[in-house]
Design a protein around this ligand. Structure first.
Ligand code: ATR
Length: 265
């Protein structure tokens, strides 16, 4: 089977390396390539993909919303999240999914208890995917610089600005979904980790650098930390499972991404 990831720019994507490792581990002869789609050609996306005879593809920045109007059907979670990162092509029909929230959940599942109080920093696409996925079994609070983005979400979560965040000790899990702390962005933190409960887990969806300022500060405060590598691998694994119905080899995928990241240092 043939797969791809579309985006712009796409040069640094680790998805091909990660998926190839999975195909190899499972003895499959699938292909997976990165397709850089110039925004001025995006309206030809149906023809571009059809010509490549793909069975499915991933969608990354900046096309996760734009791709939706080309899908014949969109699964309920992706509709609630308002973005599609996985398209499955069956009998020429395009089926849209979003595996970001589930990818996050799978990456942290072993650490979660029922009914946790979760604080999500940021209100962009990743926050919406994770909020929607976690809100079914946990209490989710979303904090952002302003609240205008959250008011349009088709589901309800508690929301507040960073200034309104008073009692940090109530949270069992904090998730940073903003680009703050990413290589090339400001190395600051939105919350003070010394105000968190000692049992609170601090996670970041960023994995370059391996430890953001937030994770370093949490570690200094002896809190359990987890970066975004697991989410990246799990969202990819979930896409593969949607396309093929076969269980992905997540260990091989994780190792491949870790090795590729080491090579970049
Ligand atoms: P994605 O879709 O990848 O999750 P996005 O839609 O670009 O990302 O959303 C970025 C999020 O990071 C937003 O919540 C944004 O906050 P605002 O709504 O206030 O703009 C947040 N963000 C970006 N830069 C930030 C910064 N310097 N400090 C705090 N939050 C920031």
């Amino acid at each position: 089977m043939n797969f791809a990831v579309i985006g712009h720019p796409i040069r640094h994507s680790l998805s091909p390396v990660m998926h190839h490792a999975n195909f190899q581990a499972l003895n499959r002869e699938d292909t997976y390539c990165a397709l850089n789609i110039d925004p001025k050609h995006f309206h030809h996306i149906k023809d571009i993909i059809t010509e490549k005879r793909l069975d499915g593809f991933n969608v990354t920045i900046p096309y996760k919303i734009d791709i939706m109007k080309y899908c014949d059907e969109i699964d309920e979670a992706a509709q609630m999240i308002g973005a599609v990162n996985t398209v499955h092509i069956k009998n020429r029909k395009w089926y849209g999914y979003n595996t970001d929230g589930l990818g996050y959940l799978m990456s942290i599942e072993s650490l979660l208890d029922d009914d946790m109080h979760i604080l999500i920093l940021g209100a962009g696409g990743a926050s919406r995917a994770i909020s929607y996925t976690l809100m079914h079994s946990h209490h989710v609070t979303v904090a952002n610089r302003s609240l205008y983005r959250i008011k349009d979400w088709p589901f309800k979560v508690q929301s507040m600005t960073y200034n309104e965040l008073s009692d940090l000790s109530q949270f069992d899990l904090v998730i940073n979904t903003t680009p703050v702390g990413m290589t090339g962005f400001a190395d600051q933190t939105m919350i003070q980790c010394d105000k968190l409960n000692k049992s609170c887990i601090v996670s970041d969806i960023i994995y370059t650098p391996e430890k953001t300022a937030l994770l370093k500060q949490a570690e200094l405060n002896k809190l359990k930390i987890i970066n975004g590598l697991g989410m990246f691998v799990m969202q990819g694994a979930k896409s593969f499972e949607i396309w093929t119905g076969v269980r992905a080899n997540k260990e091989a995928m994780t190792r491949a991404v870790q090795t590729a990241l080491k090579g970049r240092k």
